[in-house]
Design a protein around this ligand. Structure first.
Ligand SMILES: *[C@@H]1O[C@H](CO)[C@@H](O)[C@H](O)[C@H]1NC(C)=O
Ligand SMILES: *[C@@H]1O[C@H](CO)[C@@H](O)[C@H](O)[C@H]1NC(C)=O
Length: 534
């Protein structure tokens, strides 16, 4: 099982912002730091039971869009590989008038289906409606059904990288022709980037892609919106938890910090106490580091929160309420265990341990190297993790110093060891010793900027420290040409969602949508002006 899946947080919370289908829901249920073993072990029955106890989420009906196939080269760079794969996309032409702009929303590190709500009522719909545009969701290679290979082995994953993904989007923009069932054009070249402006939108990992696309393919991408764009990649990323500690309820944060500090002390004591504290959580059989990892499971729910109640989770608030609810403590030998630790233990038992239908070590342990070797196409957990291990980093250990909600047992070594366990060297590819984050950072890092490139962020997003709007990044002044906007009381790419009736969105969300419509409208006008001069 994967103890170090802190890294999957990016993927998981991106899902939190999309329609909550069953799979998404399961991930939220496991609160952002899921273990692969637990995912697989959860049978439908346990899932159904668990779903009933989670938040009052409303499920939206199946979206009305049909998936199309675009023939995409398996590799844009490896000349020894021929052939193409079906690169899935969805489109909405209902707002489109010939000559209008094209909005390409990058699906990022999940199935493109999870992004369809953004086509239906979210940012892609809003921008297309406002400008008579064509809105497209493009799935990311390897995710969903856009899979160019027969397995997810180390070798077969070698075409999953930034260069291939960037080139996919460029190749799509250059060669896209709409199927007749989607759109009949009187000028067959109406969608070519010389005839109509293409705008690129992405959130989170895909937000970084949006920025990179604008900078690296300015002739194809006329403008881009990079939302919660992690343009800075970093191997060691304990700062993820800073905004949670800063913005979450302070009683809750001190209860967690105190609990973790006491627990760390008890883990260092001799056998019976060490086993006793783990046993209180129903996790006696785990090694100390795996136990410490399970304690972090509830934290992913912070990022799963959304202004849109239809996709939000209230698991964070419920956890905080539970841990600070007082009550009696307990006793391990002669040691008195405070109430908050007792409450924490009950939460973990109820929400995670009880969902494990097999051996606890099989669900939550990380010390069996064999457990991570399955590489068939069902093992989609291997995808984002591979990107983490090769190019993006973002391991989330405890900080070296200062109060933390993470146990000191969570070291960089522990949180990154999965990279060696899951990806043994192949014939064609070897995962580097440490992720090559320079591949990301050399593309612009915190300082990335370009004409008609916008950065939108949320003030309390755990990922904001990895974006150009990090507190320690150069301060920017917003302009129509280079807009920057920080949404107040917002977490991860809050602008991407929208409601069917946009008037019902909270004011701060209507404001950011209005801002985006206003600069995009101006950028469309700039395109036609520039074209008129040619
Ligand atoms: C790719 O195509 C070329 C030319 O058609 C052919 O010579 C080569 O053997 C093919 N390579 C593979 C790996 O199929
Ligand atoms: C589309 O845009 C128009 C204004 O341009 C607005 O009146 C209308 O409410 C929008 N429709 C939707 C579904 O967003």
């Amino acid at each position: 099982m994967i103890a170090k899946l802190a890294l999957l947080l990016l993927a998981v919370a991106d899902l939190g912002a999309a329609r909550l289908d069953k799979a998404t829901h399961r991930e939220l249920l496991l609160s952002g730091r899921p273990k692969v073993g637990l995912w697989k072990a959860l049978n439908d029955e346990a899932l159904a039971a668990a779903l009933q106890t989670s938040s009052q989420t409303t499920f939206s009906p199946k979206p009305r869009f049909e998936a199309y196939c675009f023939d995409q080269p398996i590799s844009h760079f490896d000349k020894t590989v021929n052939g193409t794969f079906c690169h899935r996309y969805w489109a909405d032409a209902s707002h489109y008038k010939e000559g209008g702009p094209i909005f390409l929303l990058d699906g990022g590190e999940t199935s493109g289906e999870d992004r369809l709500p953004f086509l239906e009522t979210g940012i892609a719909q809003i921008l297309a409606n406002a400008t008579n545009g064509l809105a497209i969701v493009l799935e990311h290679r390897y995710y969903g059904e856009s899979v160019p290979v027969k397995s997810f082995s180390t070798d077969d994953l070698r075409f999953l990288n930034n260069n291939e993904a960037l080139e996919d989007s460029a190749y799509f923009i250059k060669n896209f022709q709409p199927p007749k069932s989607l759109l009949k054009l009187s000028n067959p070249d109406a969608l070519k980037p010389k005839n109509a402006p293409w705008f690129y939108y992405g959130g989170s990992y895909a937000g970084a892609r949006a920025a990179h696309m604008r900078v690296e393919y300015p002739d194809l991408v006329w403008g881009a919106i990079a939302s919660s764009a992690v343009t800075h990649a970093q191997i060691d990323f304990p700062q993820y938890f800073d905004p949670i500690q800063e913005y979450a309820d302070s009683d809750c944060i001190s209860a967690i910090q105190t609990s973790v500090q006491v627990i760390d002390g008890l883990l260092s004591l001799p056998g019976p106490i060490n086993r006793g504290i783990k046993g209180l959580f129903g996790l006696e059989a785990l090694e100390d580091d795996d136990f410490a990892e399970v304690l972090t499971y509830p934290f992913g729910a912070w990022q799963g929160q959304n202004w849109n109640p239809g996709v939000s989770t209230d698991a964070w608030d419920n956890f905080c309420e539970a841990i600070t609810s007082g009550g009696a403590g307990s006793q391990i030998g002669l040691i008195k265990i405070p109430a908050e630790i007792n409450n924490y233990a009950n939460w973990i038992k109820k929400h995670y341990v009880s969902l494990c239908p097999i051996d606890i070590v099989d669900c939550f342990g990380s010390h069996n190297d064999e457990a991570f070797l399955a590489d068939d196409l069902e093992q989609s957990w291997r995808l984002w993790l591979f990107q983490v291990c090769t190019e993006w980093g973002y391991f989330m250990p405890a900080p070296e110093e200062g109060p933390s909600i993470l146990s000191k047992r969570l070291t960089l070594e522990y949180t990154s060891k999965i990279c060696k366990q899951a990806y043994p060297p192949g014939k064609h590819f070897t995962v580097p010793e440490w992720p090559n984050v320079a591949d990301v950072n050399d593309r612009g890092d915190y300082d990335i900027e370009y004409s008609r490139l916008a950065f939108i962020d949320g003030d309390r997003d755990p990922w904001r420290t990895m974006t150009p709007q990090a507190d320690w990044a150069r301060k920017r002044k917003s302009s129509v040409d280079k807009p920057v906007h920080l949404i107040f009381d917002a977490i991860h790419h809050y602008d991407e969602n929208g409601l069917e009736n946009h008037d019902e969105e909270p004011a701060r969300i209507r404001d950011v949508h209005e801002l985006e419509v206003s600069f995009i409208t101006e950028w469309v006008a700039q395109f036609h002006e520039a074209k008129g001069k040619q």
